[in-house]
Design a binder for this molecule. Structure first.
Ligand SMILES: Cc1cc2nc3c(=O)[nH]c(=O)nc-3n(C[C@H](O)[C@H](O)[C@H](O)COP(=O)(O)OP(=O)(O)OC[C@H]3O[C@@H](n4cnc5c(N)ncnc54)[C@H](O)[C@@H]3O)c2cc1C
Length: 390
């Protein structure tokens, strides 16, 4: 297969295509899995519904490179994040922004952890933590905030990540089709067939295996293919982008662990992302059966009215300088997690092989640094399959 890449190289119309692996979904996970398999010599085709790669959740998120601090109620997620942070920063260092100081504060009331528990948790996962300087503590209302810690946490630049991903895909000779929506997956002689709508034409792609990397739309392709759904929990999330006042410009702030807020650089813009546990989720629902609302249906209802003012009014109680933020725009995205993590807030990966069909694998990454766990899992599964075949 030649290096045919949509928008980069002219290609003739085609209604049939073959590959070793078809990847559905050109977010960070689909793109990185495509590169990983191509590096092992596979011919890979990547289908993305949108006009560009990494335009959905891989862009519309808080851009936090997790190092575990965020998950004091899930030791496993904390530990995995710690390990993956190092790997992520090493591999995607050019896309990682560290030009700010990051602080985690602990609320006195309504918090699910106290300062001592948070400190102990960080110690257990080996995450660096120190006391915040006095001038930073002074930014908080100490009647509402028990303690403030300095931590090491970075943010990624999703635009730089997109450019890096394109570069890798091009170098790997992967066939990338944007504006191409997979509409059905089915068994076919000698493998698995994906039907896709590509620029108004129907295309059939024959391959040995298919990775469904569509994140919130994971069940969309399963529904359309009459396959059992994976129980998922969705949340329509608002991430506000705001101009911080100068005193907060070089700071990232997260208050744990309850109905609080986060304000931290969003490196692909000059702004900070601003989110609030109470106001960021506009709606939440489970998708267990075909009768439940799909993310596509939710999107079709349009964007809700912004709640950035509610976020601001609550956050300034804890940190009075938040009063001076200037809202710029809001990103709305559907956040998807496994229902099992509703209580502990953990963010494990989902990697389900032969998901309703032999050769159809479903992947849910939950946060970007999980990519390393997914790629390890794919390699382990490949090695296991090879052992069984031998
Ligand atoms: C509000 C919010 C905040 C978050 N904060 C963080 C954070 O701070 N740090 C972090 O690491 N993670 C965070 N996450 C999680 C992170 O964004 C996701 O884990 C990650 O982006 C998932 O990547 P993905 O490639 O699986 O999904 P996506 O980037 O959504 O990619 C899926 C792609 O599939 C395409 N697609 C869907 N259906 C089809 C189809 N039928 N055919 C073809 N293409 C299709 C979509 O267009 C999309 O481009 C956050 C998520 C949200 C929503």
């Amino acid at each position: 297969m030649g290096p045919l890449i949509e928008g980069k190289t002219a290609m003739s119309p085609t209604t049939h295509q073959t590959a070793d692996t078809t990847i559905i979904g050109g977010g960070f996970f689909g793109s990185m899995i495509a590169c990983h398999l191509a590096a092992k010599g596979q011919r890979v085709i990547l289908l993305e519904r949108g006009e560009n790669l990494l335009e959905r959740a891989s862009h519309n998120n808080q851009a936090r490179v997790h190092q575990g601090y965020h998950y004091p109620r899930s030791l496993i997620t904390g530990l995995r994040s710690r390990e993956n942070y190092t790997r992520f920063v090493a591999e995607f260092g050019d896309c990682v922004h560290r030009g700010f100081d990051k602080y985690y504060a602990i609320g006195r009331e309504f918090s699910k952890v106290n300062a001592a528990q948070f400190e102990l948790f960080c110690k257990r996962i080996g995450a660096p933590l120190s006391e915040a300087p006095i001038q930073v503590k002074a930014l908080f209302d100490r009647g509402l905030i028990e303690e403030v810690f300095r931590v090491e946490e970075a943010a990624f630049d999703a635009r730089k990540l997109t450019a890096m991903v394109w570069y890798r895909l091009e170098k790997s000779n992967i066939l990338v089709w944007t504006k191409s929506e997979a509409t059905r997956v089915e068994h076919s002689a000698g493998g698995i067939r994906v039907t896709a709508n590509r620029l108004g034409r129907t295309v059939a792609i024959q391959s040995n295996q298919v990775f469904n990397c569509t994140y919130s739309d994971l069940n969309g392709i399963l529904r359309a293919s009459d396959l059992p759904l994976i129980p998922l929990k969705h949340e329509l999330a608002e991430l506000a982008l705001v101009q911080p006042p100068p005193i907060l410009a070089k700071l990232g702030i997260t208050i744990m662990c309850g109905p609080f807020f986060s304000l931290m650089p969003f490196p692909s813009t000059p702004w900070h992302s601003f989110s609030h546990v109470r106001y960021t989720p506009h709606a939440g629902w489970n998708e267990n059966t075909a009768d439940d609302m799909s993310p596509q249906e939710a999107r079709a209802m349009g964007e809700p009215v912004s709640r950035v003012e509610m976020m601001r009014l609550d956050a300034l109680r804890y940190m009075p300088d938040v009063a001076a933020i200037i809202p710029k725009k809001s990103l709305f995205e559907i956040k998807t997690v496994l229902p099992v993590n509703e209580k502990d807030d953990g963010r494990p990966i989902l990697f389900r092989r032969d998901c309703g069909l032999p050769g159809l694998h479903c992947v849910l990454g939950a946060k970007l640094d999980n990519i390393h766990d997914i790629l390890d899992e794919i390699d382990n599964a490949g090695a296991l399959a090879a052992r069984h075949a031998a």
